[in-house]
Design a protein around this ligand. Structure first.
Ligand code: GLY
Length: 305
């Protein structure tokens, strides 16, 4: 059995390991771990500790996929909800749909008993407002939010507030391959922007016969390349895991125009191999690994491309 997750998964990774050790349902184990990440304000890219959109409103994205059936549940730009990955799992379990967004996703959350959460972490609100004060001339600030937001969407792109995500991938010979994601998305994003974390094929994909992939950082890159699905399809066509990841990295490198940024690919195959690739993130990227022959999870360094 194999579990990998990004470095910021630490608040929930041990819980997922413990649940998997005791034979819990794989996707439920991933969802429970990610729910702990979403609830922890020390994680500054996911759930309660994440960053709001340009209007200072939190809109979170999440997704789950069962590689045995290829069932998927995702939610995007959901307001007032901390437990977004659990909501994505409920979409998968209860609805004939794959994805709900915005107010519809929130309505579904209320129907099935989710609380209406106060999702705005005070420090996130403070940093957001300071950023606006820095960027906007006083007359525009006085009229905010009744100003065109599009011109702001490039100027307030903030490299220090990373487009990170939490991703958990589990591969198990008996129970198959599962993946789950969650993020508050790009800090100061245009309202309604979806990243790759709720987009099956871009931010995540799992097929128990071959493997799975999930991405963090710049969703605008992986959505243009269908990165996660490309990796799994390459394995289906006979490529090794590392060849499949290299192919996806090459496709990212071939992009031009538009917004270009770093991506981290987390991938596993059905033979128990894993690969984590740091494509041009400009910093060392780490990830969590646990295999059932390990006493404790290990923090490892991703390969740089
Ligand atoms: N990968 C997270 C995002 O782009 O929102």
């Amino acid at each position: 059995m194999l579990l990998i997750a990004n470095a910021e998964a630490w608040p929930g990774f041990p819980t997922t390991v413990d649940m998997l050790k005791t034979g819990a349902d794989s996707l439920t184990a991933l969802v429970n771990g990610i729910s702990m990440v979403e609830a922890d304000p020390r994680v500054r890219s996911v759930g309660y500790g994440g960053w709001p959109n340009m209007l200072g409103v939190m809109e979170c994205d999440a997704g789950v996929m069962d590689g045995n059936t290829r069932e998927v549940g995702t939610v995007g730009a959901v307001p007032n909800t901390i437990q977004t990955v659990r909501l994505a799992h409920e979409v998968m379990k209860r609805l004939p749909h794959v994805m709900l967004t915005g107010d519809g996703a929130r309505r579904f959350a209320s129907e099935i008993g989710f609380s209406l959460d106060d999702v705005m972490f005070p420090d996130s609100k403070r940093v957001w407002w300071e950023r606006l004060e820095k960027e906007l001339p006083p007359e525009a600030l006085a009229k905010f939010p009744d100003i065109p937001l599009a011109p702001l969407s490039r100027t307030i792109t903030d490299p220090e507030r990373v487009r990170d995500t939490t991703v958990f991938l589990n591969a198990d010979a008996e129970h198959g391959i599962h993946v789950a994601t969650s993020t508050s998305g790009w800090a100061w994003k245009y309202p309604g922007r979806l990243g790759d974390s709720p987009i099956p094929g871009a931010g995540f994909y799992a097929d128990s016969r071959y493997g799975a992939a999930a991405c963090t950082h710049t969703g605008e890159m992986t959505m243009r390349c269908s990165t996660a699905r490309s990796i799994v399809l390459a394995m289906k066509l006979g490529r090794s895991l590392s060849d499949a990841v290299k192919l996806a990295v090459d496709e990212l490198a071939e992009l031009s125009g538009g917004f270009l940024g770093g991506v981290v690919i987390h991938a596993v195959d059905s033979r128990g191999n894993h690969e984590v690739a740091n494509f041009q993130c400009g910093e060392e990227i780490r990830y969590w690994l646990w295999q059932d022959n390990m006493a404790e999870p290990e923090l490892r360094v991703a390969k740089t491309f």
